[in-house]
Design a protein around this ligand. Structure first.
Ligand SMILES: [Mg+2]
Length: 463
């Protein structure tokens, strides 16, 4: 060992090992996620191909899981990325502990992970692993003395390894995960071929909607709101309408959720607000200044930064007074981050914009929130109004809502008023404003002008 030559050899050997180490480090960095140390998406395709091969050779079953954290975004958004990162590191460690060394855990990016289990004896074995993973992820994370919580939505697909394009398994697991999210999160769902069918429909709807946004073939219709005492039109609600070139009228209940998932809701929501304000301006120019315009606001748009600025800029652009605009919000706005939502509402209120709580009575309708919300109006959901003349429970609830709202100095709008007896009952219960087919259906702008008693528009004014 003290031989000079040997020492020389040692020197060379060390140089090579350093280089090897460096190369290994480079290759490690290329294939691994820097934050969690898990494999990254670069290595996924190779791993998956290898696992398909192993599964075929051993005649086993391969499970692919797509795992997305629930509630993670709000950690990043509300207390910062440092905390979010610590949670991700811990999630990765917990996941590794729940799988075998032959299994693979990949961080796809953000809070999405893929787990490959290539060596299952039977399909059901994956359930145990999914449940263990979900339970361990759902335990609290203590970061700098703060207890943080997330859960996991899991999509699962299975294969015998005989698949031409293994990456399709990732897509399938992703679709199933998406279904788990829709089922209320913190659960797992299997991929099924009908799921594929539905996702295809979903995708085609999304494409068509994109075209409709780009070519501006969506329309706003306006439904008048009638003052209960004077019988005059005091407001309008702008309602989005989509006439599909082949499929005909598509209900917002069908396409708004698609738009919310794809993010298209933001351009859509911007367009709605801008168009409604532009047409209210048009009415103002014709001397109608006492009518307000109600616009439904998507929670996603509302929660974005700059929402208040955008509202302000839109009002200024069209030269409208802020009290001419009414924003209709729903309670779902409060589900994610109630404090932040309430703060945004206060800022809108300071701007002078009116705020109405839509669909009242259908959600959790927490009365303690109602006290804290800086709102002007509540809109009683049509489902109550429908039965008020025949069902004494609905009648009692409606009367109760109206009386409570008045004690809180809130105005009450009844939606879906369709008959004279409903109108009479609501009038007797001191409801302030009516909206519904009994008075007027939602109508295109040109018809609205006629409804409001303007001389008929020139055809070229249609837009
Ligand atoms: Mg509404």
């Amino acid at each position: 060992m003290v031989n000079g030559e040997i020492v020389g050899v040692f020197g060379i050997a060390r140089d090579i090992s350093e280089q090897k180490h460096f190369e290994r480090q480079l290759s490690f960095n290329a294939n691994h996620d820097r934050l969690t140390g898990l494999l990254n998406r670069v290595s996924l395709e190779d791993r998956l191909a290898l696992d398909c091969h192993i599964t075929r050779r051993h005649k086993r079953r391969l499970a692919v899981m797509c795992i997305d954290l629930d509630g993670f975004k709000s950690i990043n958004d509300s207390i910062g990325h440092y905390y979010g990162d610590q949670v991700l590191i811990e999630v990765a460690q917990r996941m590794i502990q729940q799988v075998r060394p032959s299994d693979t855990v990949v961080r796809m990016g953000g809070d999405e992970f893929i787990v490959l289990l290539p060596d299952l004896l039977c399909d059901e074995d994956v359930v145990l692993v999914a449940e263990r993973l979900m339970a361990s992820i759902a335990k609290p994370y203590c970061v700098q003395g703060m207890d943080l919580h997330v859960s996991a939505s899991v999509g699962i697909t299975l294969s015998d390894g005989h698949i031409e394009q293994p990456m399709q398994l990732i897509q399938q697991a992703d679709m199933a995960m998406y279904k788990a999210k829709q089922q209320g999160r913190n659960n797992f769902q299997w991929y099924t071929s009908d799921l594929n069918q539905r996702v295809c429909e979903h995708a085609s709807l999304r494409n068509d909607l994109q075209k409709a946004i780009e070519t501006q073939t969506l329309q706003l219709h306006y439904q008048p709101q009638i003052d209960a005492r004077t019988g005059r039109v005091v407001g309008l609600e702008a309602l989005l309408r989509w006439e599909h070139p082949e499929k005909g009228f598509i209900s917002p209940a069908a396409f708004v959720p698609v738009a919310e998932d794809s993010g298209q809701i933001i351009p859509l929501s911007l367009w709605v607000l801008d168009t409604a304000c532009a047409q209210l301006r048009q009415l103002s120019d014709q001397g109608v200044t006492s009518i307000s315009m109600a616009v439904n606001i998507s929670p996603m748009h509302f929660q974005r930064g700059h929402f208040v600025h955008y509202v302000q800029a839109t009002l200024e652009k069209h030269g409208l007074r802020s009290e001419q605009l009414e924003l209709e919000i729903t309670e779902s706005l409060l589900l994610n981050n109630a404090d932040q939502a309430i703060e945004t509402l206060h800022r809108l209120k300071a701007l002078g914009v009116r705020i109405a709580l839509d669909d009242f009575g259908t959600g959790f309708s927490s009365l303690s929130y109602l006290k804290r919300l800086p709102i002007d109006k509540i809109k009683i959901d049509r489902s109550f109004v429908q039965e008020i003349a025949t069902d004494h429970n609905d009648a009692a609830i409606t009367q109760g809502i109206i009386s409570m709202a008045h004690h809180l100095s809130l105005k009450v709008v009844a939606e879906g008023v369709e008959t004279a007896s409903q109108m009479e009952f609501l009038k007797g219960s001191r409801c302030d404003v009516f909206q519904g087919y009994y008075f007027a259906k939602p109508m295109p702008f040109v018809e609205l002008e006629a409804f409001l008693g303007f001389p008929t528009s020139m055809p070229d004014r249609q837009s």
